[in-house]
Ligand binder design. Structure first.
Ligand SMILES: [Zn+2]
Length: 324
């Protein structure tokens, strides 16, 4: 028994692989996406002894068969072309990079991170919580990628959860600055999933068609500040969780709501983001709802540090509750 407990204490439901980071000789930096954010978050958590470097879970990349559960074969085949890959990334220069390099250095990391979200479903069901230090590609649709999102990891996770727990309901809480249009369009109002989305309605993707499928839409204006944002979340989140009583919560925790983020265009302070993340975990935990967090957007160099700060509070808190 003792060795089992010792095994358990070494296993933390945090998913990460060094393969998440993208390296394309610097071209990837033409997009404000911090393509090495994942490794930096992991390193900071290890430096702070929140993780030891070996107590996390490394995922395998998602397979084509798994992707086909959500994506069309035609779409996946379209990713054999550098032009199409560049279009999803919105970085024209990528068109001139050999497709083999794009696949190995850009798509492969995302296949690993998507596999991480799927592994996160199992771990969250086992432990009551899990964090994937990547993914949250909420703009990817079944037949189309956009906004640097190629693979619909959240929809794949929903599908996996419903396969493991049929007859259950779950919730997607999307607190990235952008509307989670890929998740929403792909779900198309599936009654087993409630979508809560707080998003800047004045910026990308402005997808009115997909917006019809958000059960709890909270459109925000550009420049929305910390007090207004947290007041809304503190008022609405407990109410919605009580109303919906989901059996699982997928939390898309984009840090692009940060004041100064060039793509999010909201004005939430760093402290506000830490409070937001804590609030979500506390409210889920209070109701015994397993929660899976994925990182999603965050387009400043501060993003990795904010995620690490947030997880430096959340991981010890959730670990303590696992022991209790
Ligand atoms: Zn975003």
């Amino acid at each position: 028994m003792k060795s089992n407990n010792a095994m358990q204490s070494r296993s933390i439901p945090v998913v990460f692989s060094p393969r998440y980071d993208m390296h394309l000789g610097g071209i990837e930096k033409r997009h404000p996406f911090d393509t090495r954010k994942y490794g930096r978050v992991f390193q900071m958590l290890c430096e702070r002894s929140i993780l030891t470097g070996s107590d996390h879970h490394a995922p395998r990349p998602v397979s084509e068969a798994e992707l086909l559960v959500v994506h069309t074969r035609t779409y996946l085949q379209s990713l054999e072309s550098a032009e199409n890959i560049a279009m999803v990334a919105e970085v024209g220069e990528l068109r001139s990079v050999p497709v083999s390099l794009l696949k190995s250095h850009l798509l492969e990391p995302m296949l690993h991170a998507t596999g991480g979200t799927l592994l996160g479903v199992e771990l969250a069901l086992q432990h009551g919580w899990a964090v994937n230090l990547g993914a949250g590609y909420h703009h990817a649709k079944a037949d189309k990628g956009s906004g640097f999102c190629y693979f619909a990891d959240i929809n794949l996770a929903i599908h996996k959860f419903l396969r493991l727990r049929p007859q259950s309901r779950l919730m997607v809480l999307d607190l990235d600055a952008h509307q989670g249009n890929g998740v929403e369009a792909t779900l198309a109002g599936d009654p087993r999933v409630a979508v809560v989305d707080l998003f800047n309605e004045g910026t990308f993707p402005c997808d009115l068609e997909a917006r019809r499928f958000i059960q709890y839409p909270f459109p925000l204006k550009s420049g929305c500040g910390t007090d207004e944002y947290l007041k809304l979340l503190r008022r609405e989140l407990p109410r919605i969780l009580d109303e919906e009583r989901p059996s699982f919560l997928i939390y898309n925790a984009g840090t692009d709501i940060l004041d100064g983020d060039p793509l999010g265009l909201l004005a939430i302070s760093k402290e506000g983001i830490l409070e937001r993340d804590l609030l979500v975990f506390v409210e889920a935990q209070r109701r015994g709802i397993p929660i899976l967090m994925v990182l999603s957007g965050g387009y400043t160099q501060l993003s990795a540090g904010i995620i690490a700060d947030s997880l430096s509070t959340i991981i010890p808190m959730m670990k303590a509750r696992m022991r209790a």
